[in-house]
Design a protein around this ligand. Structure first.
Ligand SMILES: [Zn+2]
Length: 135
């Protein structure tokens, strides 16, 4: 138990949830260490921080952006921009995410794509780092 006022809090999770993530952590230990994540608690914290970022981005863009389609073969998600009535294709590649409308790697479509579970799962699978865009 962390001491009161230490800046840390503890929480209890179901055993199967714990084991799921612990296994994940153990499997990816080397890769995570390169990102500066050396403990299981640090791993969970980094995932929660990423989740907070994604939720903030999603809340900010969801009123005018929506997922329109997904091309699994090309790892491309199509995002409809209701302000411009255009559809942007955001592709996950080795280097990161690219948007075919803005030809950029830090536009709102990319921020929004990063907030979509199927996109960040592919990013995780391909070992792609989170984009520069922040909420
Ligand atoms: Zn874009």
């Amino acid at each position: 138990m962390p001491k009161k006022g230490s800046g840390y809090m503890s929480l209890t999770v179901a055993e199967d949830v714990y084991h799921h993530y612990k296994k994940d952590f153990d499997t990816r230990k080397d890769e995570l260490a390169r990102k500066g994540i050396t403990s299981f608690a640090g791993y969970i914290t980094s995932m929660l921080e990423e989740l907070m970022d994604r939720n903030e981005i999603f809340a900010r863009y969801a009123p005018f952006l929506q997922e329109f389609g997904y091309d699994e073969g090309n790892n491309t998600v199509y995002i409809k921009d209701n302000r411009t009535n255009r559809v942007a294709g955001v592709t996950v590649q080795g280097k990161g995410l690219t948007c075919d409308v803005d030809e950029s790697d830090d536009c709102i479509h990319i921020g929004f794509a990063y907030a979509l579970p199927r996109v960040y799962r592919v990013m995780e699978k391909l070992g792609v780092s989170p984009p520069k865009v922040k909420a």
